[in-house]
Design a protein around this ligand. Structure first.
Ligand code: ZN
Length: 138
């Protein structure tokens, strides 16, 4: 069995963003040489997510509005976690959108359902963060 590991870094200029990282994951898969197996992609920070959904800007806008309703950033004083910081909402948004995804690798390709793409979700940006890509198989 082969094993491949890579950390991919992000520095998002805004507080929140959704970035399609599918091309990056595909690059890693080619680099790994693995044709049959599993790929795990996870955020290595507790205020960022990795999730799978549609690459459609309207939907991403809707996610942002929905998450702001569930866990508004302001007023920051509403959260106990924010004694000394201001990112309680980002922890909650990450919890809802998820930590990681797993995708099957078949014939050297990501074995996606229709319209599925992998996204990095940032909820407390403007700093360096990373995503782990781990691929196992043969
Ligand atoms: Zn925090």
């Amino acid at each position: 069995m082969k094993s491949y590991r890579k950390e991919v870094w992000f520095n998002v200029p805004t507080r929140r963003a959704f970035i399609n990282i599918t091309p990056k994951v595909e690059e890693c898969l080619i680099e790994s040489g693995i044709k049959e197996g599993l790929i795990l992609v996870n955020a290595m920070h507790i205020t960022a997510s990795v999730f799978i959904n549609d690459d459609e800007p309207g939907l991403h806008h809707d996610y942002d509005v929905w998450l702001e309703k569930l866990a508004p950033h302001q007023p920051v004083s509403q959260y106990h976690h924010n004694a000394g910081e201001d990112n309680a909402d980002a922890h909650m948004k990450r919890q809802i959108m998820g930590r990681e995804v797993m995708v099957a690798v078949t014939n050297g390709k990501l074995d996606f359902g229709t319209w599925e793409q992998i996204f990095y979700g940032e909820f407390d940006g403007k700093r360096e963060k990373r995503v782990l890509i781990k691929i196992i198989g043969e």
